[in-house]
Design a protein around this ligand. Structure first.
Ligand code: SAH
Ligand code: SF4
Length: 401
């Protein structure tokens, strides 16, 4: 090799979407502003030397720069005095996860693989639709739960995401969509990223505080300002946290229901062994009143010959009687080694028909981004080595492998 050729220039092929970054992010002793609640940021500003009398005003100014304008550099904050900006620069940072890869599906769905502190990886998916766009965000690296049809469930929990890493997913997507306002240009009102679903990797109610803080930041009127009805949290059924979710986050709720008897739900969604269908339904009956939301979404993955019979559809309708609800049927998305098959299309339609005739909306969710493994339940970072074998997944689900 020519001694003058830097090794890196030879070794690392860089494509448009793949960036090579160090395995470990540099550790900084600065306080990251992203993810701090208003109260926490105010306290941090005072701690850094902001006079108490000015703290409220400085907080408002910085908040707006960061969350309304998308500023990443204190030097841009021109309504702050120069020496105050220097102080901020010294004590704080505005740090987001790093985008490792960005894949775009034939249907326009974008999947981002992000690297967070510690070198772990998470996935975030943007789904464009007519007149709106939904960002599916992750709340944990992996998941402690082991739903037998879910790819993430085969990956052990590595750690909870911080509030900053959750808000960071939203901010990075807005960067990629070019959606921060341009100074001097009024907002058009139409948003590319108009909705958020907590349906990526992880069980959001097992990372309650960080998810709550992140959603309150995203909702804040002086920043990203997404209405609470545009945020949907999906849970497998962490019953004791459901009332808290209504009271402290106030978002829409989706429940991974997936079965109509405890015997089947125990196998599909093992948290059912802890809080069964009856206990879950009781918590759901109280939700709309507590959160002042309209209806609950019941997610139901269609698994061939497992949970897709007419009898299941009728039982489902009976179980949820009295709960304002919509039932979202999800054709099973296969992943390498998955122990189930997707129900036939006619079966899914017959199932939907029974529910519809009972008076419930029963949309069938179109799988999006299947070609880039971005569909529901397919997310899993390929590099996490803590994997379970196919036999272990089947055994945990009580299936014959
Ligand atoms: N942990 C939360 C949120 C993430 S999963 C929860 O379980 O609700 C988001 C949705 O995708 C859930 O309804 C989940 O049950 C569903 N899902 C998981 N794996 C799937 C798969 N392979 N095909 C279709 N839907 C799946
Ligand atoms: Fe975890 Fe949700 Fe997957 Fe179950 S479906 S393993 S709770 S991410």
């Amino acid at each position: 090799m020519n001694d003058l050729t830097p090794a890196a220039a030879v070794a690392a092929p860089i494509t448009q979407d793949v960036m090579t970054i160090p395995r470990k992010l540099p550790v900084s002793d600065k306080v990251n502003i992203i993810g701090l609640t208003r109260e926490q940021l105010k306290a941090a500003l005072i701690e850094a030397g902001t006079p108490e009398k000015q703290a409220k005003m400085r907080l408002g100014q910085i908040w707006q720069w960061v969350y309304y304008w998308g500023a990443r550099d204190f030097a841009l904050m021109t309504n702050l005095a120069k020496d105050y900006r220097a102080l901020l620069e010294q004590r704080f940072e505005i740090a987001l996860p790093e985008i490792v890869t960005r894949q775009v599906s034939a249907d326009g769905t974008r999947k981002y693989l992000l690297r967070i502190a510690g070198g772990h990886e998470i996935e975030t998916v943007y789904i464009p639709e007519e007149g709106r766009g939904t960002l599916c965000i992750s709340s944990q690296v992996g998941c402690t739960l082991t739903c037998s049809f879910c790819h993430t469930g085969t990956q052990k929990l590595v750690r909870n995401l911080t509030a900053g890493e959750i808000v960071g997913q939203v901010m990075l997507a807005r960067d990629d969509l070019g959606e921060w306002p341009e100074p001097g240009q009024g907002s058009t009102g139409e948003r590319l990223l108009s909705n958020i679903v907590l349906m990526g990797m992880g069980e959001p109610l097992y990372n309650f505080d960080a998810v709550r803080d992140a959603m309150l930041i995203v909702r804040d009127d002086e920043g990203i300002a997404l209405g609470r009805r545009r945020i949907t949290l999906s849970t497998s059924g962490v019953v004791p946290e459901i009332a808290r979710c209504a009271e402290e986050i106030g978002c829409q709720l989706a429940i991974s229901f997936h079965a109509t008897t405890d015997a089947v739900r125990d196998k599909l969604v093992p948290i059912n062994k802890k809080w069964n269908i009856a206990e879950l339904l009781q918590a759901l009956r109280d939700y709309p009143r507590l959160s002042n939301s309209e209806r609950i979404t019941f997610e139901y993955v269609m698994l061939k010959d497992v949970n897709d019979s007419d009898a299941d559809a009728r039982r489902l309708v009976k179980l949820i009687q009295g709960i304002p609800a919509k039932i979202n049927l999800i054709p099973f998305n296969e992943w390498p080694g998955s122990p189930y098959q997707r129900s036939d299309w006619e079966r899914i339609e017959a199932f939907a028909d029974i529910i519809y005739k009972a008076g419930y909306a029963s949309p069938i969710r179109t799988p999006r981004g299947e070609d880039i493994m971005a569909a529901c339940g397919q997310l899993k970072s390929a590099t996490e080595r803590a994997r379970k074998s196919r036999a272990a997944i089947a055994a945990e689900a009580g299936l014959d492998s």
